[in-house]
Write a protein that binds this ligand. Sequence first.
Ligand SMILES: [Zn+2]
Length: 243
Amino acid sequence: MNRFSLALVIGLFVAGCMSSRAPDAASTSTVTDVQRTEARRTDAGIEISLADETGHTREARQQLRRLLSSYDLDPWIVTQEVQIETGVDPHSHPVLTLNTNHLRDDETQLSIFLHEQAHWFVGRSVRPFAPKAGEEKQAVIKDLEALYPDPPPAADYGTFVHLIVGWLEVDGMAELVGEERAREVKRGLVQQYTEEPLSNTDKSYRWYNERVLEDTREIGAILAEHGLIITPDKGLVVQVNEE
Ligand SMILES: [Zn+2]
């Protein structure tokens, strides 16, 4: 997660490859194919590199492998390249990077992983940076700005992008660990990542996460309208009003 919006440092929003498994693969394949399918299922094709060879990065790699084999994360895997580095803030670009701060808390690390993957998903259709002079703002951002005409002064374009990313993170967690737990994990993260007195970065980080937790339905309805929900029928299910 990246409260600094640095996650948005970008180069390429290459369309990632969501792996798709034929549901009946096992019934029609040879044993070898089945084994291969199983292998894919347990690591989702993720390649994990370590930025530094400490015990902690190796432990974090084990943790991520455990998460990949415990949960079916396929819908959320957009980039398959993951790096683990000690002492950095987690970020999405140019390479999705996790740190070693949550070795004892799999669900928190999972939430962060989904957040950074969500940046890659959102980046396929929503610009990561504010439009330049003369460029029009994208419709989903305009709709979110209309929902929040009076954001805190610290909020910027990246904060609005984070309303989408944060929502998708909680949505994914709701599907994987249940909505109540998803919300607890999110609240825990906000506490861990903000310190009184709040800096401007902390203020916008706290604001977008609180909006996601309190206005889940309203934000979700906007994302649904713009086709930005990764798993529309699962997790936080949003009712879109027919007009
Ligand atoms: Zn982020």
